[in-house]
Design a protein around this ligand. Structure first.
Ligand code: F6P
Length: 357
């Protein structure tokens, strides 16, 4: 009998269940004797041996269900080599659980941090296959991650709703979109929602350029402006700071988030009324959209196929519409960012969208 471990780690997203279903359906269909062990709350379950034996019915009816049936948690990669409060070596504990349960392989669904730990487990000799999960779409080696499209839909809807109220009140509205390190979601939702200004971490902004873009619209007789701002947007001055200095600046700032700081600066410079809307974790909630259901099912089938072929140490990814396998050592530790001179940014600028640069 083959025993396959499965876990979801890091922030949740809409299509985790659809992805696990894809893996499970393919395994149950193509292996005579297979048992799936589900670890509760990500790597925590693997570390502390907290698991349950899954049955095919657990994976039934979950294609459209958001969240994760296994639960998840954030277990920072940096802490993996640091013993827990009882002195437990977490990496050794994970290896022990794997060995005790006589697992053939671990299927790990997660984002960037999760992939660093998955690669560490591979280096430690475990068989690992991963699936690219994150609403941020920032995993290196894949054009698309599952969760991204569904989250973009929610952020877009937030901007759509703001449009009517912004037009009625003649105000400047800021919609803050998730994404601390990368701006993929803000870029896509901003374009889809018709934002006038898009601020992302990859393109540091100059507040005077942002104000200029708003003033230009006012001059054209437009009564409102909408800004899509990534939660990790940074100014040109902040871009000069070290990571540590920026972190300190953010902790010290008297605003709940960057959008409020930007809003305050615009208000002081223009006298215009500003409102900030933060959809926050609603962006990770609810059902996956049809696009995510399709790619999750494809990723799941492809990941299971790697197991059927005993091909371990890979993440399944997507390149030009096809599913590919990417070696974990190539994925771990890299970030897929929005390139400031990429075609999508050029087209957005042609449309008249300001990036505040
Ligand atoms: O990684 C996904 C993500 O939603 C990011 O976009 C966001 O910055 C972060 O997680 C929020 O993390 P948490 O759920 O731990 O507050």
């Amino acid at each position: 009998m083959k025993r396959i471990g499965m876990l979801t780690s890091g922030g949740d997203c809409q299509s985790l269940n659809a992805s696990m279903r894809g893996v499970a359906k393919t395994l149950y269909k193509n292996l005579k004797d297979v048992e799936i062990i589900g670890f509760n709350e990500g790597y925590k379950g693997l570390i502390y041996g907290n698991y349950r034996i899954m049955s095919p019915s657990d994976f039934s009816g979950i294609l459209t269900q958001g969240g994760t049936i296994l639960g998840t948690s954030r277990q920072p990669f940096k802490q993996m080599r640091v013993p827990d409060e009882n002195g437990l070596d977490k990496v050794e504990a994970m290896k022990d659980t794997y060995k005790k349960l006589r697992l053939e392989c671990l299927v790990i669904l997660g984002g960037n941090g999760t992939h660093k730990t998955a690669n560490l487990l591979r280096e430690e000799g475990l068989n690992v296959v991963t699936l690219p999960k994150t609403i941020d779409n920032d995993i290196w080696g894949t054009d698309m991650t599952f969760g991204f499209q569904s989250a973009v839909d929610i952020a877009t809807e937030a901007i759509d709703c703001i449009h009517t109220t912004a037009a009625s009140h003649s105000r400047v509205f800021i919609v803050e979109v998730m994404g601390h390190k990368v701006g993929w979601m803000t870029l896509y939702a901003g374009i889809a929602g018709g934002a006038d200004v898009i601020l992302i971490p990859e393109i540091p902004y100059d507040i005077d350029s942002v104000v200029k873009a708003i003033a230009k619209r006012t001059k054209q007789g437009k009564r409102f402006s909408i800004l899509a701002v990534a939660e990790g947007a940074i100014s040109k001055e902040e871009a000069k700071l070290s990571k540590k200095e920026l972190k300190k600046r953010r902790l010290d700032m008297p605003y709940p988030s960057v959008s409020y700081e930007i809003g305050d600066a615009i208000s002081k410079k223009t006298g215009q009324e500003i409102r900030v809307t933060i959809p926050g974790h609603t962006q990770r909630g609810g059902s996956p959209d049809s696009y995510d259901r399709v790619i999750s099912s494809r990723f799941g089938a492809a990941a299971a196929n790697l197991i059927l072929n005993k091909e371990y140490g890979y993440m399944v990814g997507m390149k030009n519409g096809d599913i590919v396998k990417v070696p974990l050592e190539e994925v771990a530790g890299k970030l897929k960012v929005v390139e400031p001179d990429s075609s999508i940014i050029k087209e957005a600028k042609l449309l008249g969208i300001s990036f505040g640069d």
